[in-house]
Design a protein around this ligand. Structure first.
Ligand SMILES: [Zn+2]
Length: 91
């Protein structure tokens, strides 16, 4: 049996969360526009998706660009992750 110290396990889980969450930062237009809140993990702003005015459109979907820093680092509620300053900082 493999014994992993609790602290180490917690860090691993958090890392996985961050990797998962990053997947939701692109090709998300179809669901981000239905959300009430999204956040940018580059400049750490939390705002409404209606504030997004620039999108990178591709064949599958669109990727939001942050209205504050113009970086494609936006994640929204639909990802299932908390849109909080704490979480954005971990990204
Ligand atoms: Zn930003």
């Amino acid at each position: 049996m493999l014994i992993v110290p609790t602290q180490q396990m917690k860090n691993l889980n958090e890392e996985n969360d961050v990797i998962q969450a990053h997947k939701y930062s692109s090709n998300h237009k179809s669901f981000i526009i239905k959300d009430k809140q999204c956040g940018c993990f580059y400049c750490l702003k939390i705002f409404s998706p209606t504030e997004v005015s620039s999108w990178i459109e591709d064949a599958h979907d669109g990727t939001a660009l942050c209205p504050y820093c113009e970086i494609d680092s936006i994640i929204s509620e639909s990802s299932g992750f908390p849109i909080t300053l704490d979480f954005l900082k971990k990204m």
